[in-house]
Write a protein that binds this ligand. Structure first.
Ligand SMILES: C[S@@+](CC[C@H](N)C(=O)[O-])C[C@H]1O[C@@H](n2cnc3c(N)ncnc32)[C@H](O)[C@@H]1O
Ligand SMILES: [Zn+2]
Length: 378
């Protein structure tokens, strides 16, 4: 490939050299042409590197990474270069993006990477046979990943991990309820903890598709930022017999919230009409041991310092109750300025409740106290 210095630039992310379109570094929204690269997604690629490193460490069997929608190859190149992995196959529909990825592979002297120029589902379906499946499979499209859930799950080996990203935030956050129902099979409600609800809608949809295929998902790690929601689930070839699909029952009047296997139309606390989100995933969203393993990998990896702080929060919240509260929410109800986060957490603990910070929101906290009990304490 002819690399023109006017159009392309070489950057280093992690410890990997990556050729990217110059414009993607200067324009507010990275252009799709000649190929897509989002420098702001560095943090989420860092988290992938940590998540995959922890996973590969414990995985026994062939170690293969399949990336359905690779763009200029940033994630796949980093996996091939920074992790101990036998084979990486990266795929994209855009031939220019793949040419750039090939160029970057040479820059890093990579011998463990292959390239594929196919529609993502065709690519993943070709890897759905036994012996061809990926240990790690990633789906990172523009917008919703839902159309790739089926082929993504089929392409993941028993005991392997499927990671997905969603950027259709408005749909998942409740602005277009009909679109969310169509894409993910569940309805969102507009709430303060909308990012957790969105992740639960994605996991619920994944769970439904997995169940249809006779396999189950185990959420290991989830991550959200302003522009995306990411989920990392283990795929197990057994029928899921646990009741982990249900609803979030949220009362917009008093702020009470809970998960339930059934729809409940009356608030337990104030008896007014509730809003109901779902069906969605109501089980655990973090695997504590796995998050610990991710933290243990940090010293071995070249990633942003901020990831560590987030991971410690994930560890703290990994076994805490669902649906966090925010300080603003409490302050609004109390018609006062927000209390300090550490103070509210320690007060809740003093009063016999469990409580922790959350990685989902810098002013969020988890607790098993209900809204009335939280207010009483303050
Ligand atoms: C969000 S970008 C991927 C970014 C990349 N994973 C990263 O971490 O930098 C989405 C990519 O999907 C490609 N694409 C879109 N639809 C596709 C499809 N149906 N099959 C394969 N690739 C597709 C686009 O060309 C684009 O490069
Ligand atoms: Zn209520």
């Amino acid at each position: 490939m002819e690399v023109s210095n006017d159009l392309f630039e070489e950057i280093i992310e992690g410890s990997t050299r990556i050729l990217v379109p110059k414009k993607s570094l200067t324009e507010k929204a990275p252009p799709i042409k000649p190929a897509f690269f989002n420098p702001k997604a560095r943090t989420n690629r860092d988290f992938s590197i940590i998540a995959y490193a922890a996973f590969l460490k414990k995985f026994e069997g062939p170690k293969i990474f399949l990336e359905g929608l690779t763009g200029v190859g940033a994630r796949g190149l980093r996996v091939a270069n920074e992790l101990k992995i036998e084979s990486v196959i990266i795929n994209d529909l855009n031939p220019t993006a793949l040419e750039m990825a090939r160029h970057s592979a040479n820059l890093n002297n990579l011998k463990n990477i292959e390239f594929s120029e196919k529609e993502a589902c065709v690519f993943l379906s070709e890897h759905s046979r036994k012996g061809k499946r990926g240990t790690l499979v990633d789906i990172d499209p523009f917008g919703s990943p839902a159309e790739f859930f089926d082929c993504g799950i089929r392409a993941t080996v028993h005991g392997g991990m499927l990671s997905t990203a969603a950027t259709d935030l408005q749909v998942l956050n409740g602005l277009f309820q009909g679109a969310c129902k169509r894409k993910y099979g569940g309805i969102p409600v507009r709430v303060e903890y909308r990012n957790e609800m969105a992740i639960r809608l994605i996991l619920g949809s994944l769970r439904t598709v997995a169940a249809r295929l006779g396999v189950k998902i185990i959420p290991m790690f989830v991550e959200s930022e302003m522009h995306y929601y990411r989920t990392y689930v283990k795929i197990i070839n057994h029928v899921d017999q646990e009741e982990n699909l249900g609803y979030i029952i949220h009362c917009k009047n008093c702020g009470h919230r809970k998960t339930s296997l059934e729809q409940k139309h009356e608030c337990d606390l104030c008896k007014l009409k509730t809003s109901i989100a779902g069906p969605l995933w109501i089980g655990k969203i973090f695997d504590k041991e796995y998050v610990k393993n991710m933290i243990e990998e940090l010293p071995n990896l070249k990633i942003k310092k901020s990831c560590e702080k987030t991971l410690y929060k994930c560890l703290e919240e990994s076994e805490m109750p669902e649906m966090f509260f925010t300080l603003d929410e409490i302050a609004k109800k109390m018609k006062s300025s927000p209390p300090k986060l550490e103070k509210i957490i320690s007060k809740l603990k003093e009063n016999g409740f469990v409580s922790s910070v959350t990685s989902f929101n810098p002013t969020g906290f988890r607790t098993n106290a209900n809204i009335d009990e939280i207010m009483k304490i303050f």
